[in-house]
Design a protein around this ligand. Sequence first.
Ligand SMILES: [Zn+2]
Length: 182
Amino acid sequence: MDKQHGLPSAYVPPDLVEIPPEWMAPGFPSQLLRKEAAEALVVMLRAARAEGHELRVRSAYRSYEEQATTFQYWIDQLGEEEARRVSAPPGHSEHQLGTTVDLTSASVGWQLEQPFGQTPEGQWLAAHAHEYGFPLSYPQGAEEITGYTYEPWHFRYIGRDQAASWAQSGLTLIEFLKEPTD
Ligand SMILES: [Zn+2]
């Protein structure tokens, strides 16, 4: 699902579970992910912590209605053309899949902003998130392909095996998922 392909407004993923509160950014409300993605996320965040990188969740599953509110916020802030570069219209957000998470760290004040990519935590994710099944959806310099500006915080779970194939492919995630599979 991307700029062209959408999800029905009524689509709610099955098996949503709450991300354990200890992994939430301080002051932010609890968030949901699909069970397998939530479990893989905790494995990844524990591994990062063991290597000295404290990462936390800012947002995860977003319903169609919540995405409509989010997108309208960005239109009000930036106008529609710019809003489309940083946010998705309802039905087109990877967050509605329940497999996608925005991560941040104290070094950027728990914000979702591009300097996160230069922090040790952001660099750890760039190097290792795919090993836990989480490709980076919107890499730097790929806006013409993805339609979105660089989001070093936004990771979509596709499973470890698929993510390993993705990493080998050298493609953006959108291109990789469009590839025909056997
Ligand atoms: Zn995101």
